[in-house]
Design a protein around this ligand. Structure first.
Ligand SMILES: *Cc1c(COP(=O)(O)O)cnc(C)c1O
Length: 475
C-alpha cells in the first residue's frame, strides 16, 4: 500500500474487518504505479491537473468474484444474469469490459439503454428498471426484447396495452418494495415504508393486487426488488430478498404453477470506503443469502442481480494536482482541482460519504513525511468545496498530487457542472507486461469549446430578441 494514503480516521469497516487480502494489496500497489506512470507520461501535470483512473485488472477481478460467488451457491444449471447497474459507472468502455466478463446491464433511462447498446450488451442481457418509463421507452424495450420490471400499477397497464398490440420476447416482472426498512443513508434506502420505488407490499390490499396481477397475466414471469444501496446492512438486504422470495412462492402456489421463474434480487452490496479491504465480499453476501433463503438457490428460480457500486468503486481513483498550498486560520489548505464536480456527494454530505486521500509528490510517488492536519480543497467557488477536512496527511505542497481512491462508481463518472468545470479525462490502465503501465482513453477530457456548446453557445442571442424571432411554436 502507498505510504502516503490516509483514511478517514476509521480503519475498521462496517463489518468489523480491516483485513487486506493479497488482491487488495496488489490493487493498491497498481494504483500507486498508475499515478506515477500518469505523471511520468504527462497524462497528469500542470496543463492537465485532474484525471480519473480505472484499474482494468481490478474490474475484471471483481466481475470474476461476483460470478464465482453465485456459482458457488446455486444449483448446477441455474440461469444467473448479473446485470451491472449502469448508473454506477455510465461509461461505454466499462460496460464493454464487463460484458466481456459475462456481466450484463441494468438500465434506468433512454441514455443508459443507449450506452449499454453502444457497448454491445445484447437485449437478453439487459434489464430496464426506471420508476418513470414513458410509453415510448416501454415500447422500445418490448420491441428489443429487454427485460422490463414494472414499477407500479399504472405502468403495468401501459405494458398491458403494448402486449395486446404486439408480441414481445421481453421477460416482464413487477418491482416490489418489501418495506423492510432503511439503512444509514436515507437517500439511498429504497425499502422504507414510503419509498418511491415499486409496489409497497405491506400497504393495504397491495399483496392481493400483486397476486391478482400475476394470475391475470401469464406473461408476467419475474419478480424484482432492490432493497437499497450503500448503508444497508447485509442482514437487512437478505431480509428484503427473503420477503421477495416468499411472495414468489405465494404467487406460484396460489396460481397453481411456477409462473414466476426468475427472481431479481437487485444490487446494493455496500462498499468499504475506510481502507483498501474489499468488505463485505460477494462470497459473504451469497453465503448470507443462502443461509437466509435456501429455497432461492435450489434450482427452481433463475436469478438476476444488479450490482453497481461494489463492482466498480474500488477500481477508480481521481487524481488532482495541488495548484496552491496555503494556510488559513492556522490550518494548511491544499487547493486542488478535485472538488464538487467529481465528488459531489462527498462535498455536500461529507459525513455519509467520506473519501480517503492518498498524497503523492510532484513525481507521482507516495508522499512521505509526518502527518499534518490539513484540508484538501477543490476548485469550486464555495467554501464547502472540500474533498477532505482536517485530515492528517503528509503535508501537501504546491505541485504535489492528491488522490481519492474508491471513486470508480458514482464519482468522477458523475460530473456535476458547477462553475462550468470541465469533465476530466478518464484513463484505464493495465500492467504492460514489462514492469510498466499501459493506459487507454476511456473518456476524453471536456474542452472549453464543448462547455460553450453545451451551454447554449449556438443560441447566444436567443433571449435578447425572442419576439422578433417569432418564438417557438407560434405562427
Ligand atoms: C441503483 C440501483 C442498483 C445498483 O445499486 P448499487 O448500490 O450501486 O449496487 C440496482 N438496482 C436498482 C433498481 C437500482 O436503482
Amino acid at each position: 500500500m502507498g505510504a502516503g494514503i490516509h483514511g478517514t480516521g476509521d480503519d475498521v469497516n462496517d463489518s468489523g474487518e480491516s483485513h487486506l487480502s493479497e488482491a487488495d494489496g496488489e490493487r493498491a500497489a497498481r494504483r500507486d504505479e498508475a499515478v506515477r506512470a500518469a505523471v511520468e507520461r504527462g497524462l497528469l501535470g500542470p496543463g492537465t491537473p485532474i484525471i480519473g483512473l480505472l484499474d482494468v485488472t481490478g474490474i475484471r477481478e471483481s466481475a470474476a468474484a461476483l460470478r464465482a460467488a453465485f456459482e458457488a451457491v446455486v444449483a448446477p444449471g441455474t440461469p444467473v444474469l448479473h446485470a451491472f447497474a449502469v448508473k454506477a459507472t455510465p461509461l461505454v468502455p466499462v460496460l464493454r469490459l464487463l460484458h466481456q466478463e459475462g456481466i450484463g446491464a441494468e438500465v434506468a433511462s433512454p441514455g443508459e439503454l443507449a450506452l449499454a447498446r453502444a457497448a454491445g450488451v445484447p437485449p437478453e442481457r439487459t434489464v430496464l428498471d426506471s420508476p418513470a418509463k414513458t410509453p415510448a421507452e416501454l415500447r422500445e424495450a418490448l420491441e428489443l426484447g429487454i427485460t422490463v420490471n414494472a414499477d407500479n400499477p399504472q405502468e403495468l397497464e401501459r405494458i398491458d396495452g403494448l402486449m395486446r398490440s404486439a408480441v414481445s420476447s421481453s421477460p416482464i416482472g413487477i418491482r416490489v418494495n418489501p418495506q423492510v426498512g432503511g439503512g444509514s443513508i436515507e437517500a439511498l434506502s429504497t425499502a422504507t415504508a414510503t419509498s418511491k420505488f415499486g409496489v409497497a407490499l405491506r400497504d393495504e390490499g397491495a399483496r392481493e393486487w400483486v397476486v391478482r396481477a400475476y394470475a391475470d397475466r401469464p406473461w408476467l414471469t419475474r419478480l424484482h426488488a432492490h432493497t437499497g444501496s450503500q448503508g444497508i446492512p447485509l442482514s437487512l438486504m437478505a431480509e428484503g430478498v427473503a420477503e421477495t422470495y416468499a411472495l414468489a412462492e405465494e404467487i406460484n402456489r396460489r396460481i397453481g404453477r411456477p409462473q414466476i421463474d426468475t427472481i431479481d434480487i437487485g444490487g446494493g452490496l455496500p462498499v468499504n470506503f475506510a481502507s483498501d479491504a474489499t468488505a463485505p465480499t460477494y462470497a459473504e453476501y451469497a453465503r448470507v443469502l443462502r443461509e437466509a433463503v435456501p429455497g432461492l438457490f435450489d434450482g427452481r428460480y433463475g436469478l438476476v442481480t444488479e450490482f453497481g457500486r461494489s463492482l466498480l468503486a474500488k477500481h477508480g481513483t481521481v487524481v488532482a494536482r495541488v495548484e496552491y498550498a496555503k494556510v488559513s486560520g492556522g490550518r494548511p489548505v491544499a487547493v486542488t482541482h478535485a472538488g464538487v464536480q467529481v465528488a459531489t456527494r462527498t462535498v455536500y454530505v461529507p459525513g455519509a460519504w467520506p473519501l480517503r486521500i492518498a498524497a503523492y509528490d510532484a513525481k507521482g510517488r507516495p508522499k512521505q513525511g509526518p502527518p499534518v492536519v490539513q484540508d484538501v480543497a477543490g476548485p469550486a467557488c464555495f467554501a464547502g468545496d472540500l474533498l477532505a477536512e482536517g485530515r492528517a496527511l503528509p503535508l501537501l505542497e504546491q505541485g504535489d498530487y492528491a488522490a481519492a481512491p474508491d471513486t470508480g462508481a458514482y464519482y468522477f463518472a458523475h460530473h456535476y457542472a458547477y462553475n462550468s468545470l470541465a469533465r476530466p479525462g478518464i484513463y484505464g490502465f493495465v500492467p504492460d507486461g514489462e514492469g510498466g503501465v499501459a493506459f487507454a482513453v476511456v473518456r476524453e477530457a471536456q474542452s472549453v469549446e464543448e462547455i460553450v456548446a453545451e451551454s447554449g453557445g449556438t443560441h447566444a442571442d436567443a433571449l435578447t430578441d425572442v419576439v422578433r424571432r417569432g418564438g417557438i411554436g407560434r405562427r
